[in-house]
Design a protein around this ligand. Sequence first.
Ligand code: TXA
Ligand code: MG
Length: 354
Amino acid sequence: MGSNKLSVRHLRAVTKCWLLSEIIRYFFMKLLHADAAAISRAADVLRQGRLVAFPTETVYGLGADAANPEAVAAIFKAKGRPADHPLIVHIGQLEQLQDWAKDIPECAYRLAERFWPGPLTLILNKRAAVSELLTGGQQTVGLRIPGHEVALQLLRAFSGGIAAPSANRFGRISPTCARHVAGELGERVDVILDGGACRIGLESTIIDLSGEQPVLLRPGAISRQQIEALLRTDLLLMPRTEIHAPGMLAVHYAPVTPAMLCAAERLQEMILQLTVEKQRKVGVLTCRYSLQECRNVRCIHLSDQADAYARSLYDAMRQLDALHLDSILIEQPPQTEAWQAVHDRLRKATVGVL
Ligand code: TXA
Ligand code: MG
């Protein structure tokens, strides 16, 4: 009887909390389920020069009207992003490429026709009218048609280009679900369209086509080999010393807790060293190594398949970061082609290799 009462009371309290969080969600955070009405409202918000976070197949973007300099400036302010770091313009149709870029090489069309809508950004020479505020002072502009139904519907409803970096604070991990955006930028954005978890979970592949030879600026779900096969030429790789744009900074996409990469065979030894000898609290991300949870260790086991691992990686890092541990150890995934983009992000998220 007593326990029945307790469970009824408990149920009421849980329902109240849930109702309260839904009210906060809808009225204060502006987190909207991405149905037709919400998308149309979001397009209006963009037209007013305000900010809308929206899902893409890679990560969530923090969007603004790319043709409105004040709206673009609001993105930099909301993210705390330095002004010399260029934004990607999202477009809804291939024909819009010419609104932003000039001297478009034939290979750009070949890539766009094969991979758009999809996780590929092309860097092209910008048209004179495109604001340097948007391109971080560069004479080039980044463009992509995202492969996500909500993003495409928003682009159709808005009809212009939407400038959108990943919807996180500068230097932090990209958001892969609406909850991540709400937690990090909630009060700085006018609408967040909730379209569920992102299918890919890592940012788009970026190819610079503005020079003599195509350059791979950022690896992503579309691999270097896929692009080289289509273009029938080798891609130049960005030398790591040459800092060019935000994704190129040494530590980027990083959790707050210091993270280290660690070979699977050294993982157990390192955990013991940190937790027993140094009395540290450690988070561990593994993909092949199977680890028993023990005192002072929190472990998240991710898939040993590159695409499934990529999809969950940022959420796992956020979960471990939220525990305020002393350090995070990340098991080195396999060194094969399929893991290129994951290795790139892990290098940027970590402060070293053990
Ligand atoms: O998947 C993605 O690309 C996501 C979604 C939202 O589309 N966006 C994204 O944006 O990752 P952001 O700003 O976090 O990263 C954009 C990268 C920058 O790191 C920069 O290197 C590159 O795009 N970029 C943009 N315009 C460029 C330009 N004109 N020249 C060189 N790099 C450029
Ligand atoms: Mg970013």
